[in-house]
Design a protein around this ligand. Structure first.
Ligand code: ADP
Ligand code: ASP
Ligand code: MG
Length: 405
């Protein structure tokens, strides 16, 4: 069986006209004798709207009910696609995750797909049907509905490609592929033909919304090639694959940025073992994700300053937790909203000296102050004032010769 997994994102199924277009894309694979397995997100805006409703009901909305609520948008999109395919004479039906079932493990809101039962879908494919499967959702061992994190339909598609041994896995979205930076923010962004899992994972984790990070991890582990393309234009997209499959002569593959970050500084904490752990343990217990962390070298050996970043949404809770933490002492707590993390990513920086210097110099030339720095083997991130984000991306995009000529 020549199975192809086709995933459609929210904008691609965002209106009736677009759903008709999606049905035509699916039909084109069907005509080429592929057996499509289709995964759909909710129509654009629907999931956000459901999340808003949950907040209006309660700030402490039960996570198990939250998953039932926010996963419902996918059901609508899938039935519309299946019905449109039937309308044009193709056998098709929708499948909700529990009907297959798609089994997840882990907590509500952020579960992970563990396994997918194959029998029912295989039987249906053999009969010539096209299954339209809800992305983003599964069921856990207690048969409760779960969701797998925002943007999770990407991971649903990758796991379906894995369990059904698909020949191809195509992610249809609203841009032509993966670009050197968000093409909706920078006109000069360039479409990338091929990118490695490693670089894509960093780009996604550091803010490139085009692919969900978990999906790239799953693809890398299972060696699944991903094609990202536009559902609006018939143009070549981007291939995400292993590094060995292509020659890479770029130092920097791309630039990502985040929004809605906030910076927290504890001034004058005791400089002794265990203090950082005491600060971060209650944050982690409350599911607050701490991102960049820096601790200054202590000038007098007694006190130091500790800075870290979190999402702005978590700022009030973080403040309460730190101020209520009897186990730590500090002189002052500084909170700053409206900071943004800008990162350059590329495997080429491992072998090329001077990348850090070039990054810092080009930001300095634009008078952009760097507040926090963090690095890994293939990325450098800096925290800057949010208002300078675009300026920084333009400067770095030019510095590393990524501009579309
Ligand atoms: P979908 O609904 O299809 O899943 P998303 O909205 O999740 O689509 O992701 C696509 C969006 O990702 C694009 O519209 C684009 O603005 C954004 N994006 C951010 N960084 C990049 C990048 N480096 N390349 C392409 N798109 C990017
Ligand atoms: N509809 C879900 C979301 O908005 C899942 C997805 O789009 O992949 O996060
Ligand atoms: Mg998405």
């Amino acid at each position: 069986m020549k199975i192809v997994v086709l995933k459609f994102g929210g904008t691609s199924v965002g209106s009736i006209e677009r759903i008709k277009n999606v049905a035509n894309i699916i039909n084109s694979y069907y005509k080429k004798k592929y057996k499509p397995i289709v995964v759909s997100s909710a129509m654009s805006g629907v999931t956000n709207d459901l999340i808003k409703k949950s907040k209006e009901i309660s700030e402490n909305f039960l996570p198990s009910e939250y998953d039932v609520l926010v996963s419902s948008g996918e059901q609508i999109a899938c039935s519309l696609i299946a019905a449109r395919l039937s309308h044009i004479g193709i056998r098709s039906r929708s499948w909700l995750s529990w009907q297959i079932p798609i089994i997840t493990k882990g907590n509500h809101k952020n579960a992970k797909i563990l396994s997918i039962y194959r029998k029912k879908i295989f039987d249906y494919l053999k009969k010539g049907g096209i299954p339209i499967i809800t992305g983003f959702q599964g069921i856990d061992v207690n048969e409760r509905i779960t969701t797998i994190g925002r943007g999770g339909s990407d991971a649903s598609a990758i796991m379906l490609a894995k369990f059904f041994k698909a020949e191809r896995c195509i992610i249809y979205t609203d841009v032509e592929g993966v670009y050197t930076t968000d093409p909706n923010k920078l006109k000069k962004a360039r479409k990338i033909k091929v990118i490695s899992y490693e670089e894509m994972l960093e780009m996604a984790s550091l803010g490139a919304k085009v692919m969900q990070p978990v999906s790239i991890q799953d693809a890398r582990l299972n060696r699944i090639n991903i094609e990202v393309k536009s559902s609006f234009k018939k143009k070549p997209g981007t291939l995400i694959t292993k590094r060995k499959n292509f020659k890479n002569n770029k130092i920097i593959a791309g630039i990502s940025s985040t929004q809605n970050d906030a910076k927290v500084t504890l001034v004058g904490v005791k400089d002794k073992p265990g203090v950082a752990a005491k600060i971060f343990k209650p944050l982690s217990k409350n599911s607050i994700n701490v991102d960049m962390v820096v601790q200054n070298v202590s000038a007098n050996g007694k006190e130091t300053d500790l800075t870290f970043t979190i999402k702005t949404d978590d700022l009030n809770r973080t403040k309460k937790i730190i101020e209520g933490n009897k186990e730590i002492k500090f002189r002052k707590l500084l909170l700053k909203r409206n900071v943004s993390k800008v990162s350059i990513i590329g495997v080429g920086m491992v072998t090329t000296p001077g990348v850090t210097f070039r990054m810092f110099q080009s930001l300095a030339k634009k008078n952009i102050n760097i507040q926090v720095i963090s690095t890994s083997e293939i990325k450098i991130s800096v925290l800057i004032d949010k208002k300078n984000t675009k300026k920084a991306i333009i400067a770095l995009h030019k510095e590393f010769k990524l501009d579309n000529q």
